[in-house]
Design a protein around this ligand. Structure first.
Ligand code: ADP
Ligand code: MG
Length: 323
């Protein structure tokens, strides 16, 4: 079954960014409101997620690392809502199958916590420790036992770019949680606990971007589009600062980017792109649910219509006064 674990792990764990995504989602599920994400060498040598969530009970720590062990399904309704948050009881087992993992955790009911380390799915150490309430999971030696997959890891810069995107998108969608992101020992950003998207944006990006934001507020034809887009004074050489959520899920969709840019017409220099932070709300039936829940791709039922609404929303903002 070590083989089964490794194969299944391939489904869930492709790169450092998928580890970060799964672990942070666990922290969110555990009701944490402070999450620290730390990586080294693009996550290849270290990924560490610390949270102040409810922690794992001593007698449940081992189970948490078994396949299909989840504490989160209580009814079939639950199963439905969980689907959007990804896998059920797979992540920790999958990560432990392809890396070295150390967990330190404590619940509020206990005076001291527990530290456990796992290598190749086997428990190497389990002992009591003093620690705050919450959970810290450290992942090292990624893919040490899956050379084929290790070989396909990209450069440190490229992998850390992927992690950065995941943390930024989570920070932008969960504004009530403070995220701190540490890359190779230096703090890349720290977001506040806030109810205002602008506060989050200002903690993630530079002043130039912040000072060029225009409000996007659009509601028509059963589609709601809210957020910010930049004015004509701001542009970048890539699209990394175009962040789009559909029904609270971070997505990537090239044609949405093209339609956003189309609203700017030819007013930006060639090969320059605006920044934007858009939350699109549409009838869930118009979004294809068959697309893998852990992926960022999405398909729309009536794509042209939705894309044109996005373009109109941006166009409307560009013709409004700045915030
Ligand atoms: P799932 O999230 O689908 O339940 P995982 O493999 O991601 O499966 O996690 C297994 C279990 O471990 C969770 O159901 C939860 O009980 C526990 N767990 C994992 N991470 C944390 C965390 N950061 N805080 C508290 N409990 C956690
Ligand atoms: Mg999980």
């Amino acid at each position: 079954n070590e083989t089964i674990n490794k194969i299944a792990a391939g489904e869930v764990i492709e790169s450092p960014k998928s580890i970060v995504k799964e672990l942070v989602e666990n922290s969110i599920d555990a009701k944490a409101d402070e999450i620290i994400v730390e990586i080294k060498n693009g996550g290849k040598s270290l990924v560490r997620i610390s949270d102040n969530g409810k922690g794992i009970n001593k007698d449940e720590v081992e189970d948490a690392f078994r396949r299909h062990c989840t504490s989160k399904i209580e009814s079939s309704d639950d199963l439905n809502s969980l689907f959007t948050l990804g896998f059920r009881g797979e992540a920790l087992a999958s990560i432990a199958a392809v890396a070295h993992v150390e967990v330190i955790t404590r619940t509020a009911n206990d005076d001291y916590g527990i530290k456990m380390s796992i290598e190749g799915g086997e428990i190497k150490l389990k002992e009591d420790v003093g620690c705050p309430v919450g959970t810290t999971i450290t992942v090292t030696e990624l893919f040490y036992n899956v050379p084929a997959r290790k070989k396909f890891l990209k450069s440190d810069a490229s992998e850390s770019g992927g992690v950065n995107e995941v943390v930024v998108s989570l920070a932008l969608s969960k504004q009530n949680i403070s995220f701190k992101y540490v890359n190779n020992g230096s703090v890349a950003f720290r977001t506040p606990k806030t109810t205002n998207l602008l506060n989050t944006i200002s903690s993630l990006y530079d002043k130039d971007l912040y000072n060029s934001l225009l409000k996007v507020e659009y509601e028509e034809n059963n589609i709601k589009i809210n957020g910010y887009t930049t004015n004509l004074n701001y542009y970048r050489g890539n699209r990394k600062q175009q962040v789009v959520f559909v029904n609270d899920r971070f997505i990537k969709h090239k044609r949405i980017n093209y339609f956003i840019e189309a609203a700017y017409n030819t007013l930006l220099p060639k090969n320059k792109y605006p920044a934007c932070f858009l939350k699109i709300e549409i009838d869930p039936w118009l979004v294809d649910v068959n697309v893998h829940p852990a992926k960022t791709e999405v398909r729309f039922q009536n794509e042209e219509f939705i894309l044109n609404e996005v373009k109109r929303a941006i166009y409307k903002s560009l013709n409004s006064k700045s915030i």
